[in-house]
Design a binder for this molecule. Structure first.
Ligand code: SAM
Length: 369
């Protein structure tokens, strides 16, 4: 039923275990006027582990208290967001026990001391790795033989995730990079401008729809090369399957007055990213899962593309906000499909053609000759 909310415990929101004893974080911090920072690793994360026992105790109390108590639902196609720790709430679901999941997209907390509404994002490293292996296992066990899992993860935990997925006998299909051009400035080292987008499958036949996500080839965009109009690979004239480094118009981090931006979320992924993953790796009616729903980027795109969806989210406020976003619908569907991401200007010597090959304003690259 559209918009129906089932609650098995009406008290779940109030005073979610131990939160009162913690410094204001997330929305509370913003209300108190603290500066909100983008999702970038603080200079010295180790220093933030000072009172780790206290924080661990509080965190465990919140997990126990929140448990699995609220579900937000929509129909046509069915969509559910379960409030709680993904490891707890997802593994109990029949769709998980029966391994009926077609596609998992996971954008976990990076353990970078981000001010999530409820989740403690500064675990001791070993605890974070254990948490990572546990949620990965829940998702891998739930995949159909034709299913796939994508994980959005930065440099510092990427290797461990690759190793774990390989140890679970999954096959790597692509190791993509999401490249953005507004990383946090630093002079100490090179500036971060990417996150890894890992694409693994069970190894046999998998769902793959390249024609759903084509982009204009550089050869067509820059040179208008007539050979691109008659392609031997069976793709339409001038088009190609996107490369494994993703950037371009609408692919920047969601910040400022971006039309996609949701209040109180610093970690939103762009809709075009999820659209590419969902279109390429699932079909209408398939079951898509996001264990870390956040602002709802995966479900808003999945629902609009007529996929079924199951998500989990530790923060009840985030889950509610995601549902409101899903009802409002996505703002960029189709915006990047078929576009060019060429980084050079069109080289045909007709000045009137302008910069046909350049990508857009959000993330514009220099026009290197
Ligand atoms: C990086 S954000 C996800 C952002 C999302 N991809 C988007 O575009 O909005 C991670 C989210 O996972 C939630 N979270 C953290 N740990 C969780 C857990 N164990 N189970 C469920 N959700 C969790 C956080 O509250 C946060 O909203």
């Amino acid at each position: 039923m559209a918009g129906r909310k089932k609650s098995t415990d009406a008290n779940v929101v109030a005073g979610a275990g131990g939160a009162a004893a913690k410094p204001a974080r997330g929305r509370a911090a913003r209300r108190a006027g603290e500066k909100s920072t983008p999702r970038e690793k603080p200079a010295n994360v180790a220093a933030m582990h000072d009172s780790k026992e206290v924080r661990q105790r509080e965190h465990r109390a919140r997990v126990e208290e929140i448990g699995h108590r609220e579900v937000y639902e929509l129909g046509d196609p069915t969509l559910r967001i379960h409030v709680g720790d993904c490891r707890e709430v997802l593994s109990k679901l029949p769709e998980f026990r029966r391994s009926e999941v077609d596609l998992v997209f996971a954008d976990p907390p990076f353990n970078w001391s981000r001010a999530y509404d409820k989740w403690d994002d500064s675990m001791p490293r070993e605890d974070y790795l254990k948490f990572t292996r546990e949620w990965l296992d829940v998702c891998v066990d739930a995949l159909r033989p034709t299913g796939a899992i994508w994980v959005n993860i930065p440099d510092d935990t990427c290797a461990e995730i690759v190793m774990h997925l390989k140890s679970r006998n999954l096959a790597m299909v692509n190791w993509c990079i999401w490249h953005y051009r507004f990383g946090q400035n630093t002079t100490d080292r090179f500036i971060n401008s990417k996150v890894h987008a890992l694409y693994f499958c069970k190894g046999g036949k998998r769902t793959w729809n390249p024609r759903e996500v084509l982009e204009m080839s550089d050869r067509a965009a820059i040179y208008a090369d007539p050979r691109t109009q008659n392609k031997a690979d069976g793709m339409p004239p001038g088009m190609r399957v996107p490369m494994d480094v993703w950037y371009g118009q609408y692919w920047g981090r969601i910040q400022g007055n971006n039309a996609e931006r949701r209040a109180n979320h610093d970690n939103q992924l762009p809709e075009v990213y999820l659209e590419r993953v969902i279109r390429a790796c699932s079909n209408e009616g398939d079951l898509v899962v996001d264990p870390f729903t956040g602002s709802g980027t995966t479900p808003v795109v999945a629902h609009a593309l007529k996929r079924r969806f199951i998500g989990s989210e530790f923060s009840v406020d985030n889950a509610r906000s995601a549902l409101a976003r899903i009802k409002a619908g996505p703002v960029r569907i189709g915006a990047a499909i078929g576009a060019s991401t060429a980084i050079f200007e069109h080289r045909i010597k007709d000045k009137r053609r302008g910069r046909a090959g350049m990508f857009g304003v959000d993330d514009a690259a220099p026009a290197t000759p």
